[in-house]
Design a protein around this ligand. Structure first.
Ligand code: 5GP
Ligand code: ZN
Length: 115
């Protein structure tokens, strides 16, 4: 998707600070971090949101959770004290970029969203 900012980051057309990359996934630092550690983990292929996932994406979603999140949590020093993975979805979910992304947040105590 030529007009998708995260597709452009995945294609290295827009710079980002990558912390992980493989054939199907890239993870990079959020531009406006909401915690001491704030990384976005995205599939390289364009998927608009959680609701855009299909059966063929099962292995990709599992890979992100089984492999990428734990590896990054350990490498970024979050494994001991904990962290949060967030997927904002749609307008009321607070999604602002229409390419599926998993926020990995840590380095501070998280509060349950009050609003
Ligand atoms: P959402 O609100 O869709 O759940 O999350 C989008 C996230 O993408 C936000 O946290 C925002 O700071 C981040 N973001 C938006 N544009 C860019 C960009 O060009 N580069 C990086 N690294 N992060 C971005
Ligand atoms: Zn995209």
């Amino acid at each position: 998707m030529a007009d998708c900012i995260f597709c452009r980051i995945a294609a290295k057309e827009i710079p980002a600070t990558a912390v992980y990359e493989d054939d199907s996934v890239i993870a990079f630092k959020d531009l406006e971090p909401q915690a001491p550690v704030h990384v976005l983990i995205i599939p390289k292929k364009h998927i608009k949101s959680l609701l855009g996932l299909t059966q063929e994406d099962r292995a990709l979603v599992a890979h992100i959770h089984v492999d990428v999140v734990p590896q990054l949590a350990k490498e970024l020093g979050l494994a001991e004290k904990g962290f949060r993975v967030v997927v904002n979805t749609g307008e009321e979910g607070g999604q602002t970029v229409g390419h599926l992304h998993f926020h990995l947040l840590g380095g501070r105590s998280m509060q349950w969203p009050p609003g």
